[in-house]
Design a protein around this ligand. Structure first.
Ligand code: GA4
Length: 326
């Protein structure tokens, strides 16, 4: 039997500025509102983050997956570990990525294509794997459509030649999008220091769509470097601009740095879809966004190159600096 060493509690870092403000001004975009486009543009430029309401994903689809995920995470550790260790896909506990990052979190990381969902770690769910699989399939299909709708409104707002310029990357049959279920168990409270659930980072993909239960923990970093807590809302989705969209827009949109602080009372369950292009897809600033002098801030790279580089980095690293033009 292989015994895997686990990070001890004291290896997980704490945040020593426990007083956080709730950002009452988190941008909220009503997708059915005529001004949605301009609000989305502003939110992507200013925050790289916003909440969407009137998103069209049925409540039953959101709740259906939450219930299945909660059942999975309540299985005995030995059962869950049959779906691990995460390589990067599968079940992971406290260890994040391959380079020594740890957090107060357990998770399932999955590919999103139908074949992979069929063969995936969901098989270990002792209850009803078919139900879990169909809940993931329905959920991923709903949030992919939502991500595409948002990306199409953004492309229109940016006056790009085709409104599908971004969304077609996620619709490509070969897209490399992934899906993550994170469970943050209640954590022991150490002298009111807050423990890191998932350390600060930006997402490498184009766009991420996050939904959580009614438990706090998510924080985003503003342009001035301050951290603000995002009030949870289980009926809405939070959209995060990823590194690849920052590059495609030549830095006009901001890839948002975020983290999760573990809650000492209530467990947090989040579900995140990371929309990514096909591996061979080229990522470079769109010519129409590089300005009259055609000043591109980034070197061209393929998604595969960026992903390889990301997996060599630590969670908190600024992964885009390697691709900036000097
Ligand atoms: C951050 C966004 C997604 O959760 C993720 C993460 C991935 C992992 O957990 O395996 C990474 C991290 C994320 C970026 C840098 C590398 C890779 C952990 C890590 C240290 C699934 C992704 O695509 O990149």
């Amino acid at each position: 039997m292989v015994v895997l060493s686990r990070p001890a509690l004291d290896e997980i870092s704490f945040v020593n500025n426990p007083k956080q403000t709730l950002l009452s001004a988190i941008p909220v975009v009503d997708l059915s509102h005529p001004d949605a486009k301009s609000l989305l543009l502003h939110a992507c430029e200013e925050y790289g983050f916003f909440k969407v309401i009137n998103h069209g994903v049925p409540e039953g689809v959101m709740k259906g997956l939450e219930d299945e995920a909660a059942k999975f995470f309540s299985l005995p550790r030995s059962e869950k570990e049959k779906a691990g260790p995460a390589d990067p896909f599968g079940y992971g506990n406290k260890t994040i990525g391959p380079n020594g990052d740890v957090g107060w979190v357990e998770y399932l990381l999955l590919k999103t294509d139908v074949k992979s969902i069929y063969h995936s770690a969901l098989d270990v769910s002792s209850g009803n794997p078919e139900k879990f699989r169909s809940a993931v399939t329905d959920y991923v299909s709903g949030v992919r459509d939502l991500a595409c709708e948002v990306l199409e409104l953004l492309a229109e707002g940016l006056k790009l030649q085709h409104r599908s310029l971004f969304s077609k990357l996620l619709k490509d049959e070969e897209n490399d999008s992934i899906f993550r279920l994170n469970h943050y168990p209640p954590c022991p409270d150490f002298q009111s220091l807050e423990m890191i659930g998932f350390g600060e980072h930006t997402d490498p993909q184009i766009v991420s769509v996050l939904r959580s239960n009614d438990s706090t923990g998510l924080q985003i970093s503003l342009k001035d470097g301050s951290w603000v807590s995002v009030p949870p809302d289980q009926n809405s989705f939070f959209i995060l601009v990823g590194d690849s969209l920052q590059v495609l827009t030549n830095g006009r949109f901001r890839s948002v740095r975020h983290r999760v602080i573990a809650n000492s009372f209530k467990s947090r369950l989040s579900m995140i879809y990371f929309g990514a292009p096909a591996l061979q897809e080229k990522i470079a600033p769109l010519p129409s966004l590089t300005g009259a002098g055609a000043l591109s801030k980034y070197k061209e790279f393929t998604w595969s190159e960026y992903k390889t580089s990301a997996y060599k980095s630590r969670l908190a690293d600024n992964r885009l600096v390697l691709f900036e033009k000097k």
